[in-house]
Design a protein around this ligand. Sequence first.
Ligand code: AMP
Ligand code: ZN
Length: 461
Amino acid sequence: MSLMLYNTLSRQLEPLRPLEDGIVRLYTCGPTVYDTAHIGNFRTFMFEDLLKRYLTYSGFEVRHVMNITDVDDKTITRSQESGVPLTEFTADYTEDFRNDLDLLNIIEADHLPRATEYVPEMVAAVEQLVAKDHAYVTDEGSVFFAVASFPEYGRLARLDPDQLRGGSRVAADTYDKAEARDFALWKAHKPEDGAISWPSPWGPGRPGWHIECSIMSTLLLGETIDIHCGGVDNIFPHHENEIAQSRCLHDGPFVNTWLHSEHLIVDGKKMSKSLGNFYTLQDLLDKGLDPIAIRYTLLGTHYRQKLNFTEERVTASQSAINRLREVVRRLNAVPRDAQDQREHSMPDKRFKAALDDDLNISKALAVVFGWVGALFGYMDDRILGYGEARAALDTLEQYDKILGVIFIEQEVGSDIQALIEERETARSSSDWTRADQIRDDLLARGIILEDTPAGTIWKRK
Ligand code: AMP
Ligand code: ZN
């Protein structure tokens, strides 16, 4: 079976057939860097990480671009409020974003283009749209896309064409655009924009958000690409508008497969900055949660289902990860002379079948845990041979190329590391009282110590 993905455009599962054999061109809408990203945003970025890791596991070469939106109303206003020039302001948040990706073990895109790097190319595209009568210039020097000029508008979001037309004409003095549904390709400079502007044939201004993605996708990946992703809130208007612009600029499709992840929610509501119901990654780390347990939580629910985020879920994820790491420790401890007993088969087929089915990660994890449970049983009964244990370890390593939660360097703070070492010294000098005291202290801080024949290991509670 080949990988089936749910294409938002057709509302159907479709086999992935890349334009070029063996290569997948992937564009994912990135963050607007006016503030720290919240873990709702990372739910979408995590789904994209799963997709990319699974494509790589399946043998594709993935060419991945994620844009950084570093100019819009919010970035301009916030940078002015904080008195930091826009470039520096957005560079700081971009750095924070990249650090968070790293902590969550999300593989960074091959390119992270900033919108402000491509303004001349965006201006050229807007000029073409004006020349082709798909866009018009207002008196103040803004440029709007004329939605009426693109009959396919609304196909992705399944908008009702009658509704779109009905009552959409607005008085010019209210909007300065011909129809309410028209959207800005270029925004004329306003006094409140301060020093932020670029030259254009229509006067100084800056690009609209939607044209940024159309241009960066085309320039870096080509006029037609395989997959474009975002959260479901991107379907309309952002992705609908991207399609309209790109289709009016070039012949042929813009994107073959559109994938959208459902929202991360809190108490039934979308996590968002505007509702104030959000956590940043740092907020959760400050509560003592492990970034990899957060990774597992964001990863573990199918991307087209809403994910209700709770701390209990993160705790459950930590236990699941501990079980996987425990099986690795036990497999590593199988002695060299343990005889292979049976034809021990790996669950590769079922694991792959689950992920081929529109990235059904919950099913894939159920396959892994069923198999891991069996491995524990064999090891308890001492009927797992050395060769079988090595093969199982190799398989877990392969699966972890997708999961990214088992074979990673774990770090604890230097104070905790010092306590672990102090306890080792206490134990070697038979100071059991001190050793136990340190063990209890660490437990109170969420660190469990286990003394194994190979030395003391630690894990999070
Ligand atoms: P933004 O920085 O607002 O442009 O958002 C970056 C990405 O995060 C977009 O793909 C959004 O669709 C996605 N996103 C925003 N809020 C959530 C949420 N609560 N759950 C999942 N994805 C989200
Ligand atoms: Zn975008």
